[in-house]
Design a binder for this molecule. Structure first.
Ligand SMILES: CC(=O)N[C@H]1[C@@H](OP(=O)(O)OP(=O)(O)OC[C@H]2O[C@@H](n3ccc(=O)[nH]c3=O)[C@H](O)[C@@H]2O)O[C@H](CO)[C@@H](O)[C@@H]1O
Ligand SMILES: C=C(OP(=O)(O)O)C(=O)O
Length: 437
């Protein structure tokens, strides 16, 4: 990144709560680590909790910025909440607001899910700004809107606001031209109390969607087909009025990031509380490159004791394909592997913002449109780098662990959106990291 752009970013961030992570490398990683609950499951589940008739108790909720923001929104809507020791207690019985103000809508991508959930509850909802989240592409919401319209919901768009109203959500079929994760979740949330049945064709199959469906079913919803391309939601009159305990699934992207960190730095780590099946695509890539991997029921062991082989062609895909959320960390892995590796990003059009920063650290990666061509180098060197999105930040974090000397990641708050106490957790594996302002 050139100096003018750096100065612009620093200038824009002055006065905000800018966080730095300072890493002394290189380091090997050794030990055991417990994987936290999945951000992308916890966020829709917390949002869905407003549909319950009494308090819900949700366990294994990661203590990350996006979760704290979601809880703030729930409070604003009128829910009573408590969040401690990774357990969220949400009592939605006094919920009264049906409008999400702009400061909350902008906080994260998943604020869009309040559209479906609040509409289900009040038959009206207003989101007064487009959702925020990682700037990794255009990220339109046209599929959310057009799907709602197909269910008989009136949607009005004005002054950046989206307002939806209906007397009831009508049963029927919705076909998604793209298996969008967020649109699938929003349709599910909107349809819990529908007339008859809503069928989603070409639904997204990500495990986090299945987790949302399991949570809703536990509360009394009738959803079938979660984890497949056809999801059927039979409308119910109301959800149960009893305390429920729900345990969020482990975060496959956080687990994948640890795997990438070991595959980059070297060492030997046992990941606990994972679902190995959710990690198939990344495990396959790392095994082919030369990592030693053993899988057990809810654990994965990884060892890297020699330089990895590149020469792979990797393409991001919808689940169960290789996830776009691990594309950036995998770029770091292959930046120091032997040979040339090609990574094609098919889901988001601007998701290589970490590449110029990795190149500042000595990597040789060339981006042409949606393809990154990685020429593996022997080693990386530490310097000051800018995280511009969550997973790009994770890629720089891993690069900092293996680089020689000091790496300073400016704008680490991007990383805090999705990784719980990252410096503390990696320090238990031997990394030297501190946080500064
Ligand atoms: C909070 C959350 O769960 N975020 C995840 C979710 O994001 P998110 O739900 O935003 O991602 P989507 O699956 O919706 O996006 C997939 C593709 O569909 C396009 N699209 C989406 C909606 C729409 O109305 N119109 C449209 O064209 C997007 O621009 C993108 O190219 O899935 C992504 C893809 O696995 C992950 O990277 C994100 O981590
Ligand atoms: C893109 C991501 O998050 P979000 O959709 O919340 O911006 C992510 O988790 O990598």
């Amino acid at each position: 990144m050139n100096k003018i752009i750096c100065d612009t970013i620093v200038g824009a961030l002055q006065g905000t709560n800018m966080q730095k992570l300072i890493i002394e490398g290189p380091t090997f990683l050794y030990g055991e680590i417990e994987i936290e609950g999945a951000k992308n499951a916890a966020l829709p589940i917390l949002t869905a909790s407003i549909l319950a008739e009494g308090q819900v108790i949700i366990k294994n909720v990661p203590d990350i910025a996006d979760v704290r923001h979601t809880i703030e929104i729930l409070e604003y809507l009128g829910c009573k909440t408590r969040f401690e020791d990774n357990i969220a207690y949400i009592d939605p019985t006094s919920i009264k607001n049906f409008t999400i103000p702009p400061q909350y809508a902008k906080m994260m991508r998943s604020s869009i899910l309040f559209l479906g959930a609040i509409l289900s509850k009040f038959k009206k909802v207003r989101l007064t700004n487009h959702p925020g989240g990682c700037e990794i592409g255009q990220r339109p919401i046209d599929l959310h809107i057009s799907s709602f319209a197909q269910l008989g919901i009136d949607v009005f768009e004005y002054d950046n606001t989206i307002e939806c109203r209906c007397d009831s959500v009508k049963g029927g079929e919705v076909f998604l031209p793209i298996p969008s994760v967020g649109a699938t979740e929003n349709i599910i949330l909107a349809s819990v109390f529908c007339d008859g049945e809503v069928i989603i064709r070409n639904a997204a199959k990500e495990p986090e969607i299945a987790d949302l469906c399991h949570f809703l079913n536990k509360l009394g919803a009738r959803i079938k087909g979660a984890g497949t391309h056809t999801i059927k939601i039979e409308g119910v009159k109301r959800l149960r009025n009893e305390v429920e305990h729900y345990i969020v699934i482990p975060d496959r992207i956080v687990a994948g990031t640890y795997l990438c960190a070991v595959a980059t730095c070297g060492g030997e780590v046992l990941l606990k509380n994972v679902f190995p099946r959710h990690l198939d695509s990344i495990l396959h890539i790392l095994k082919s490159a030369g990592c030693k991997i053993k899988e057990q029921r809810d654990m994965v062991y990884i060892k890297k004791d020699r330089r990895l082989k590149g020469n792979q062609k990797i393409t991001t895909h919808y689940y169960p394909g290789f996830p776009t959320d691990l594309q950036a960390p995998v770029c770091t892995v292959f930046s120091i592997a032997e040979g040339v590796t090609i990574i094609k990003e098919t889901i988001f059009e601007s998701r290589f913002k970490h590449v110029p920063e990795l190149n500042k650290m000595g990597a040789q990666i060339h981006v042409e449109k949606d393809i990154a061509i990685i020429n593996g180098v022997e080693k990386l060197r530490g310097c000051q780098v800018f995280a511009q999105d969550l997973r790009g930040g994770a890629a720089l974090f891993i690069a900092g662990l293996c680089a020689e000397g000091k790496t300073e990641i400016v704008t680490a708050e991007h990383i805090d959106r999705g990784y719980e106490r990252i410096e503390e957790k990696y320090s238990t594996l031997g990394a030297k990291i501190r946080r500064g302002q």
